[in-house]
Design a protein around this ligand. Structure first.
Ligand code: SAM
Length: 249
């Protein structure tokens, strides 16, 4: 991270359970959860001590209401490949990838503040320094990222929205995929993991329409994969993981 002044995040500096929820901007519809019932005292400490420096400048609508594009190299203090994880949950995959690819900078987005707090604990434990954490909606990041700056994107176990009338809330809709494809570099990889067959059906139909080609689709994960909390839950409940790799044309 660069040593610029701390940016604003959608959360106040002394983020706690109630404040985080109140501070969420009414910028656009978000149907998921932003906060759970409890955040441990230690996790409140991580949020107030670490999030300010890890959160990229100029992403939160409150900080950048004009949505002026940000300079991606400034996020990590130097030019390096930048990857993106959408909805990192508890952060297992994000921290694993950061440790595995120290030469890459990875931006993780997650509006559920309890997940952000879990990630911050994992970052401390792993000692990785190549992560940026936006505690909000990935669409805020899409607003301000310049074209073609992201080299790889991960969508692991996205919210399934099982009811048919809610399918349009899924990430694999053109409303989300077109902004994603814009910020990806030509040839960039987009990985999708899900345990919901109908979600993969929609991904296989919609992602290519946005400007990707399907490169691989199977029940075998990537060589550098680490199983996430949601994947473990899916396996316990008898659901079958499914993995697809797309590439931006
Ligand atoms: C089912 S969970 C999976 C979490 C994690 N990827 C895993 O595999 O354990 C989906 C996550 O996506 C997050 N999410 C939903 N909509 C999002 C959005 N617009 N931007 C960023 N994250 C989002 C949710 O808050 C939730 O934590």
């Amino acid at each position: 991270m660069s040593d610029k002044p701390e940016p604003e995040s959608p959360l106040p500096d002394d983020a706690d359970a109630d404040a985080g929820a109140d501070a969420a901007p009414e910028w656009r519809n978000f149907y998921g959860r932003r906060i759970g019932k409890t955040i441990r005292q230690s996790q409140r400490g991580y949020l107030s001590e670490d999030l300010g420096t890890l959160c990229p400048h100029g992403v939160a609508p409150t900080e950048n209401p004009d949505r002026t594009p940000i300079e991606v190299a400034a996020i990590f203090g130097e030019a390096r490949p930048v990857w993106l994880e959408v909805g990192f949950g508890g952060g297992e995959h994000l921290v694993h990838m950061a440790a595995r690819y120290p030469q890459v900078g990875i931006i993780g987005c997650e509006p559920f503040i309890n997940g952000v707090a879990m990630l911050l604990g994992k970052i401390r434990a792993a000692g990785v320094s190549n992560l940026a954490v936006y505690p909000g909606d990935v669409r805020d990041l899409f607003d301000v990222l310049p074209d073609g700056v992201i080299g790889r994107a991960f969508l692991n176990y996205p919210d399934p929205w099982p009811k048919r009338r809610h399918h349009r809330r899924r990430f694999v809709t053109q409303d989300h995929l077109l902004p994603l494809v814009r910020v990806l570099a030509p040839g960039a990889e987009f990985r999708v993991a899900t345990d919901i067959p109908d979600y993969m059906r929609q991904a296989l139909a919609e992602v290519p329409k946005a400007g990707f080609v399907l490169e691989a689709h199977s029940g075998t994960p990537w060589d550098d994969w680490i199983s996430t909390r949601y994947e473990q839950k899916a396996l316990r409940e008898g659901r079958v993981p499914d993995y697809a790799t797309f590439r931006k044309l």
